[in-house]
Design a binder for this molecule. Structure first.
Ligand SMILES: O=c1ccn([C@@H]2O[C@H](COP(=O)(O)O)[C@@H](O)[C@H]2O)c(=O)[nH]1
Length: 235
């Protein structure tokens, strides 16, 4: 069954017990889930098996960034684990992204989406300047997303603040995955480039990554349902 909701819940937990307990309270009809560095470093591929058994589409968010041969091999392993989506850093460059796309094309009936991270949603212009990039986040996202598309990526991770620009310049089929989603009144935390769920979907985002606003809510299921209701998702 295909999930009708664009919401991807970030299972940012330190143990398999905590992640699985939350996943069991969620519903694959109501959201997809994301496994990031903390959980995967602790648990490894066992968490993917658990989440697949529970029926979830899984985004493996390890943001690979290394030489082309290494990253291509890593995304290939991820795809063979059956994940719905995997990602690399666009700043790893054209050859790294092309090698990764080629590695997935070589897998028979590959269904895993390959996405490139542009500029982290926790960064603003001053953060970019400190790492030697004298561009606005919008300009740098545009440059990296165009390169990602030319290099065979299915889409990018960006902030929803860049979604309308990217949809307009790169087409509505290019998948836009947007973290930094904050319902009205939610704590911003370390995120700098944020939008509400409704704003993000109106801007052209395809998938909305939500971690703390759901997982740290007093009632996580209610928080997820309320975001789905806000978006008019009918299950
Ligand atoms: O640019 C990026 C790329 C990835 N993330 C990840 O998304 C979630 C967001 O969690 P919140 O608790 O909703 O802030 C988290 O797992 C990040 O690693 C991102 O935030 N920005």
């Amino acid at each position: 069954m295909t999930c009708q909701s664009p919401i991807v819940v970030a299972l940012d937990y330190p143990t398999i017990e905590q992640a699985t307990a939350m996943a069991k309270r969620l519903d694959p009809a109501l959201c997809r889930v994301k496994v990031g560095k903390e959980l995967f470093t602790k648990v490894g591929p066992a968490i993917l098996d658990q989440l697949h058994t529970l029926g979830f589409d899984v985004f493996l968010d390890l943001k690979f960034h290394d030489i082309p041969n290494t990253v291509a091999a890593a995304v290939s392993v991820a795809a063979k684990e059956g994940v719905w989506m995997v990602n690399v850093h666009a700043s790893g460059g054209r050859r790294m992204m092309e090698a990764s796309a080629n590695a997935l094309s070589a897998i028979q009936d590959n269904k895993t989406l390959l996405i490139a991270v542009t500029v982290l949603t926790s960064m603003d212009q001053s953060d970019l300047l400190e790492v030697g990039i004298d561009l606005t986040p919008q300009e740098h996202v545009m440059r990296l997303a165009a390169l990602a598309k030319q290099s065979g990526m299915d889409g990018v991770v960006c902030s929803a603040q860049e979604s309308s620009m990217l949809a307009q310049k790169l087409g509505s089929d290019f998948v836009l995955v947007t973290p930094g989603i904050r319902p009205v009144g939610a704590e911003q935390g370390d995120q700098k480039r944020i939008m509400t769920p409704t704003e993000a979907m109106s801007a052209g985002s395809h998938y909305l990554v939500m971690g703390r606003p759901i997982t740290r809510a007093q009632d996580p299921i209610q928080a997820l349902m309320s975001a789905n209701n806000e978006l008019g998702v009918v299950i």
